[in-house]
Every structure is written in structure tokens, then in C-alpha cells.
Ligand binder design. Structure first.
Ligand code: URP
Ligand code: ZN
Ligand code: ZN
Length: 460
């Protein structure tokens, strides 16, 4: 099967030009003006933007968490991602404390294999680093192509590791060419504040926010950056939300160390006033919580300064009945919100359309940098000869509104209900197949492939 996409305005992290793209099988074979190549199908996309497929390196699909499972399966989550222009996601495997990494990998493979519509990979969350786990790191990187290891500095008793384990893990991961991802918040401080608020009978979602003040994130981000500097291990801070934490990274990078930063679309455009809506605020109970308007400005500036390299989602949806588990106690509200389908359009509308970031920066933070940092570039994350034909055809002018009535995520509300967006994903190709067209998904579950990743750090 071959396809000729004609007259598109191709945007990569560095270029902006009008050309044709010739695709054969799964791969881009030629790019040029007025290509005269016979193809099985031609698509004229004059007036449209042509982006590389989006990459969301922070999603939680069908994940056991806080006594329930996130509500998108591998099928529904990766399909919704495709509708929103995201052709590849990286999901998280969670080691069970006291059990090997391998058994968690087997469990996650059971749930995901043959069930994905879009392409995917895994980060391995190490929740119990010990002498047995240590010897599993190398195989994961070299045999499984899982090159990034997630750590939690919070969620004590379930996911958190201490600094001793962190240092040990960093040394091992560095030795084999991997990278450490971190949820950087001070778990002990947060647990103290949660208990204090509960003992005072302060139980609404607002107290979720007040139990995780900015200092809890700034402190942990600085500590993480210092440990990464000491061990020389590349680090990646997930879902960074605030000025204090970004300043810690700013300082760290003066030492010329590799600490990459991801923020998420919600932290750029939503703020903590949503927690004042009584229990409705549960829709936005996530960790870290939404912050202040001043933090949004810092994050947009951080993107433009190159301090923030990736805009992800931390997609971790729970249906309303699941959120109700915490109706009498904010600490029992499953943490997370749905956004896998909305990220590319919201970032375009709020970022590019409103003049906060350029088109090239958009592609960089939504597609290219994740591919570079996590070892998929140039197969993924760009439009180039030899790359996978993962392509988004985007109408920059079409206006529409986000709604749970029309989204494809398996969740019965939207954190962005009624939000007016300028710019729409029209057609999506995944490895040369037309995956989304005319608001329909044309590929089936099982089409999505597990992508083995290269060792980290060489490219960026
Ligand atoms: O609230 C969140 N972020 N839920 C998912 C787990 C995590 O911490 O990333
Ligand atoms: Zn987290
Ligand atoms: Zn997460």
C-alpha cells in the first residue's frame, strides 16, 4: 500500500515548508515539491498543517491504583489517543513491592499485548530496589528495550522508594545506558499534611491541594537533581507543575547535568481555583495538584527557554463512580484525570493559536523531544525519509468544543467540558495506515505495536 500526501505544510521541530510526502508500507520514502510518484492513494491537504504523530510519554492505562483500575483499557486509551493525534504512548509498569520486575512486566504484557490500537512502550516503575532487582535492570534495557525507570518520591507504603534505593538504582541504570523518571514530591511531608487535615475534619478536594504545597515539589525536585548529578545518571522529572520546582532544575542545569522536564497540558491551562467547587473538584484531584496562574506563566516560559522539553498528559482516568470512593475523604479519591485525547488540540489552541509558542516548539514538545529523550528518534517524532509514517493532518482554523459526549476516552466526564478549541486533528496515519479519518477509527486493536527503545541520552 502506498500513499502520496500532496501540498501539506510540513512542520517539524526545525522546519516549516510545503511539500509532498510519499509513503510506502509503514515508512516515509520521499519528501519533495511536486513529487511525480504513482501511489495507491493520493490525498491533497493544501491549507492543512502536517505534523509528526504526537507522542505522549506519560499515560496510565488499565493501571491498578488506589484500590481500583484507571478506566481506559489499552484498546480504548490508545484509540482515544489516535483520535487526538497521538500515535504513540508510554505507559507505566508498576513493580509490586517484594516482587521482581519481571513478574510486573509479565502482568502488564498480559493486559496490553494484542490489545493496543496505537503504538506503545513502557517505563518500568521500580518501587522496591534491592539486590535482586538490581540484576534485572540490564535485561530490561538490552533485551526488552525498556530503557527508562520510574521512581516515586511519594505514595509511601505502595510506590515510594527512599533516597538510599534511589542512589543505588541511579548507579545501576547509568551503568547500562538508561534514564530515571521521577514523581518528585516529598512523600513524608505530604503524608503529614494529609493526616493533619483529616484529623481536623478537613475532607473536601480542596485539602488534597492544600496537602501538597509548592515546597513539597520544589524540595523533592532539587533533591532528585542533586542525586542525579552525584551519580551522573540522566534524570527526567515527570509532571512538573510549579515555579519552585522549575527553579530547582534551572539551578541544576547550571552544572550542565541532564535533568529533563515534562509538564502536562493541565498544568499549563488549569488552576487550583477548580478545587473550590466542592466535590466537583474531584475531577481534578491529581498529584501534584493544579497550581496557580503564576505557575502557568513560569511553565510556558520554561518551554520557550528549553527548560521544559515535553508536554504530556499523565492521563489516568477514573469514572465518576470511582471518584466517589473519596466523597467523604479527599485522600481516597483516585488521583488522576483524562486528557490523552485532548493534549495535541489543547496545546495547539492555547499555545500556538494564542501566540505563546511557535509551531516548531509545538512539534518539539508534543512529538520530537519525547522520541529523542526516550530512544525512539528518528523512527518516531519527526517527518523524514526513513521514519515511520506517523502523521497528523491538522486544520488550524476549525473551531470545536471539548465534551464527554463526543470524546472517545472511557470516562463519563471531561475536565475540559465546553472548552472552545481552535484547531482540529482531521486525519491520522500510523505506520502508513490511515488510522483516523472522518471522525472514524479505521485500525483495529492489535494494530498498535510495542516499540523497543534504544539506550537513552545519546541524542539529546
Ligand atoms: O494523579 C496522578 N498523577 N495519578 C497517576 C499517578 C501519578 O502519580 O502519576
Ligand atoms: Zn506521578
Ligand atoms: Zn503519572
Amino acid at each position: 500500500m502506498s500513499l502520496l500526501i500532496k501540498n501539506g505544510r510540513i512542520i517539524t521541530a526545525t522546519d516549516d515548508y510545503v511539500a509532498d510526502i510519499f509513503i510506502e508500507g509503514e515508512t516515509i520514502r520521499a519528501i519533495g515539491r511536486n513529487l511525480h510518484i504513482k501511489a495507491d492513494r493520493e490525498m491533497d491537504v493544501a491549507g492543512k498543517l502536517v505534523f509528526p504523530g504526537g507522542i505522549d510519554p506519560h499515560v496510565h492505562l488499565e493501571m491498578p491504583f488506589m484500590g481500583t483500575f484507571s478506566s481506559d483499557s489499552y484498546e480504548t486509551g490508545t484509540r482515544a489517543a489516535l483520535f487526538g493525534g497521538t500515535t504513540m504512548v508510554i505507559d507505566f509498569i508498576l513493580q509490586k513491592q517484594g516482587k521482581p520486575l519481571r513478574s510486573a512486566l509479565d502482568e502488564w504484557k498480559r493486559r496490553s499485548t494484542d490489545n493496543c490500537v496505537g503504538d506503545y512502550s513502557f517505563h518500568m516503575a521500580v518501587t522496591d530496589f534491592n539486590d535482586t532487582t538490581k540484576f534485572e535492570i540490564r535485561d530490561l534495557i538490552e533485551k526488552e528495550g525498556i530503557t527508562s525507570f520510574k521512581t516515586f518520591m511519594a505514595y509511601k507504603g505502595a510506590l515510594m522508594i527512599d533516597d538510599r534505593q534511589m542512589i543505588g538504582l541511579m548507579e545501576e541504570v547509568k551503568k547500562h545506558g538508561g534514564l530515571i523518571n521521577v514523581h518528585a514530591t516529598n512523600g513524608d511531608m505530604i503524608d503529614y499534611l494529609v493526616e493533619k487535615h483529616r484529623s481536623e475534619g478537613k475532607l473536601t478536594p480542596l485539602y488534597h491541594y492544600l496537602s501538597q504545597p509548592e515546597v513539597t515539589e520544589a524540595e523533592a525536585s532539587e533533591r532528585f537533581a542533586d542525586m542525579a548529578n552525584y551519580t551522573g545518571c540522566p534524570g527526567y522529572i515527570v509532571h512538573l507543575t510549579c515555579e519552585g520546582a522549575l527553579n530547582a532544575v534551572r539551578n541544576a542545569t547550571k552544572r550542565n547535568q541532564k535533568v529533563f522536564v515534562e509538564t502536562c497540558i493541565q498544568y499549563l491551562i488549569l488552576d487550583a481555583s477548580l478545587y473550590e467547587k466542592n466535590f466537583e473538584g474531584a475531577k481534578w484531584v491529581m498529584s501534584p495538584p493544579l497550581r496557580e496562574k503564576k505557575d502557568q506563566e513560569t511553565l510556558w516560559a520554561g518551554i520557550n527557554q528549553g527548560l521544559v522539553q515535553v508536554v504530556a498528559t499523565d492521563h489516568c482516568p477514573f469514572k465518576w463512580e470511582q471518584k466517589l470512593l473519596g466523597k467523604d475523604d479527599f485522600a481516597r479519591i483516585p488521583n488522576g484525570h483524562p486528557a490523552i485525547e485532548n493534549r495535541m488540540e489543547l496545546l495547539y489552541s492555547e499555545g500556538v493559536h494564542k501566540g505563546k509558542i511557535t509551531l516548531n516548539k509545538y512539534v518539539e514538545v508534543a512529538c520530537t523531544n519525547a522520541a529523542k529523550i526516550f530512544g525512539m528518534f528518528p523512527r518516531k517524532g519527526t517527518i523524514a525519509v526513513g521514519s515511520d509514517a506517523d502523521i497528523v493532518i491538522f486544520d488550524p482554523d476549525e473551531k470545536h468544543a471539548i465534551s464527554a459526549k463526543t470524546h472517545h476516552m472511557n470516562v463519563d466526564y471531561s475536565g475540559y467540558e465546553g472548552w472552545e478549541v481552535t484547531g482540529k486533528v482531521k486525519t491520522v496515519l500510523l505506520r502508513g495506515q490511515v488510522a483516523i479519518e472522518n471522525n472514524k477509527c479505521l485500525v483495529k486493536k492489535g494494530y498498535g505495536q510495542f516499540i523497543k527503545r534504544k539506550k537513552v541520552g545519546a541524542i539529546i
